[in-house]
Design a protein around this ligand. Sequence first.
Ligand SMILES: *Cc1c(COP(=O)(O)O)cnc(C)c1O
Length: 404
Amino acid sequence: MTQADLTSRYSAVMMNAFGAPKRVFERGEGVHLWDADGKQYTDLLSGLAVNALGHAHPGVTAAITAQLGQLGHVSNFYASEQQIRLAERLAALTGDVGARVFFTNSGTEANEAAFKLTRLTGRTRIVAMEGSFHGRTMGALAITANAKYREPFEPLPGDVTFVPYGDVDALRAAVDDTVAAVVVEAVQGENGVVPAPDGYLAAVREITIEHGALMWVDEVQTGLGRCGEYLAHRWSLSVAGARNEHSDDEGPLGDLITLAKGLGNGFPVGACIATGAAASLLQPGQHGTTFGGNPVAAAAGNAVLDALEGGVLDAAREVGQWLADAVRGLNHPLISHVRGRGMLLGVVLREEIAAKVADAALDAGFIINAPRPDVLRLAPPLISTREDLQPFIDALPGLLTSHA
Ligand SMILES: *Cc1c(COP(=O)(O)O)cnc(C)c1O
């Protein structure tokens, strides 16, 4: 079947939630994908910051396959060692021995779990950020700033106040002793890859402690190595690719941390981690999930963590820095600046041509996207090498100029 045939079948049967698909893919391996017509692409988007280890990673594939052949699903009336082990490893990332984990199937569900936990503080007010994205369920939408996503579905749950991202004074003015939680991203990926300014997350920590509110950090996109650290919010430098060697000791620690995208390398799995007093908020019967944390999903998560231990984060920091510098080094008149951390970069353009440039890149065999009209997002697999990415650097000036 050709892509044209498959695209018309798609449109005849799928709800029109995503528009017409730009391509129909058939196969992936490492940093490459092949469409149904056999054309090869270099993936610089990783299925929206998901395929951190690239496509068809042998370790993840073997772990999922072996677990499915041994024990696929038992429900949360029961447990499996895979699940317990993944929870232990995720909890350990926080450095808090009291940390506790709730597994989900997606990022929005991880945030939904966190949202419900905030209600158990006895407070209902949430302070969220302008420019935020937290997912598409009603709860996650309630704390997502984008009016286009929210308005058709109002009224949304909750008592939510939005403040400008990065503005400490505005946050201080909005948070009082009635606030249950402040929800924040270390880098706002969907808003065009906007990192929190230096010191902002530490200020969020300080202000929430002062008022007895929870600090809820959405690491769905930024976590697990995407920004060069396991938890991007513990990394206090904003310089792309630079590393704070002491981040794990010095960075603030959220009370609620949500993860998903990179956790399963494409297998659906998410997690809500609670630290400190928040770890004991949830009582039996107050939340649940049929699939969340099933043995296969947990095996995928464990295989990803195994692979990340093998120097992947160091490589991601180094190649991410190189990629940012290589784009800057083009000195292209249409490029204003490059921002982000690790392997999550935003190329800010001087004109609103990002969608057209992303389409042209696809035609040229490079997968990127345009989270904003003037921003290109680069989120290649963490295992990408300079050699993998150099052809994109070579092609970018031509892609930009032909759309100005
Ligand atoms: C993608 C994303 C979500 C939603 O995750 P889904 O798995 O699509 O539900 C939530 N928060 C952030 C920061 C994200 O990037």
